[in-house]
Write a protein that binds this ligand. Structure first.
Ligand SMILES: C[S@@+](CC[C@H](N)C(=O)[O-])C[C@H]1O[C@@H](n2cnc3c(N)ncnc32)[C@H](O)[C@@H]1O
Length: 299
């Protein structure tokens, strides 16, 4: 089942058509989405509009969302200020807000992801150490708040098998699209092979995996939404879009509780450096970088 309680505004995907889990199976975009999106469709007040122009080739996961009515292909006028379209082959989310046009896409192959992959500090960087990859490269990870997949990609590029669980279908769609592109690029194919995308509320996903008696992840990583993350204009833009789509739901507390009951070895929570711990729950220890703190709960 997919949780969409945090949706602030439904989206529109417009189509201008002219013409193992690490715990199950790597590279697959888990078809939980197939059933999940069925549960999701009625919960969206309106489907997400998507524009697909001639020459755009949606990957299978996007086709499924279109088939199931979660995404609605628009051939003519868009009726929302927030919609999806392909820009340079990448599924891109557009938001018109207060006279400003914001666009966000997920890219694991070029740009910042490539730079961080090449020069990010390897297993010595705080995120990798927080998740234990400096000592346990074999650990499996569930990123239960996948968002734009940036943290997950770093962890996968350092060798972790990682499941990305994202509740919002537009964000999931962009993750699936980016993962597809990464899987056909020679430099990132092996990394993409370690990543699995799931469209679900993570609490439902964890409960489902437990119900199916699957092997649980060694590490569960949480990066819940929080207000102040003002650094560069780019991050601000991404955060504006994320905040438009999803807001604090109050489910973070329950997610942390469930994660602590589930992970084999540790739960890692990303926080702003000066913020209180999630649930005011003292962690075993923390690792900090310039603006960020990772609270590590050893289970
Ligand atoms: C701050 S963003 C995460 C950013 C991510 N770490 C990255 O590197 O791009 C938080 C994301 O968690 C998702 N989220 C929050 N609660 C969730 C839940 N219970 N299940 C699945 N996704 C959830 C939100 O939809 C949002 O996209």
């Amino acid at each position: 089942m997919v949780g969409v309680a945090q949706l602030v505004e439904p989206l529109t995907v417009t189509q201008v058509v002219e013409g193992s889990s690490p715990f199950i199976h790597p590279i697959s975009i888990i078809l939980l989405c197939l059933t999940a999106s069925l549960a999701l469709a009625p919960l969206l007040a309106n489907p997400i509009q998507i524009v697909i122009s001639e020459g755009d080739v949606p990957c299978d996961e996007i086709k499924v969302l279109i088939d199931q009515g979660v995404f609605q292909v628009k051939n003519s006028e868009l009726t929302t200020s927030c919609y999806l379209s392909y820009v340079k082959d990448a599924l891109t989310l557009h938001l018109e807000k207060e006279g400003e046009s914001l666009s966000v896409c997920v890219d694991f192959v070029t740009g910042r992801a490539k730079h961080r992959r090449q020069y990010g500090g390897g297993k010595k960087q705080p995120l990798a150490k927080a998740c234990g990859l400096d000592k346990h490269s074999e650990w499996t990870i569930l990123d239960a708040t996948a968002g734009l997949g940036k943290d997950a990609f770093v962890l996968a590029s350092l060798g972790a098998e990682i499941t990305l669980c994202e509740q919002h279908p537009a964000l999931y769609g962009m993750l699936a699209d980016a993962l597809h592109r990464a899987s056909i690029d020679a430099e990132t194919a092996l990394i993409a092979n370690k990543m699995t995308c799931v469209c679900s509320d993570s609490i439902d996903y964890i409960d489902g995996e437990k119900g199916a008696l699957r092997v649980m992840p060694d590490v569960i990583y949480l990066d819940p939404m929080y207000p102040e993350r003002k650094r560069s204009a780019k991050i601000k833009k991404e955060m504006q879009v994320l905040q438009h789509l999803v807001s604090h739901s109050g489910s973070e507390s329950k997610l942390l509780e469930r994660a602590l009951e589930t992970a084999n070895f540790r739960v890692v929570v990303k926080r702003p450096k000066s913020a209180l711990p999630l649930n005011d729950l003292k962690s075993r220890y923390s690792i900090s970088s310039v603006n960020t703190r990772y609270d590590i709960y050893v289970v």
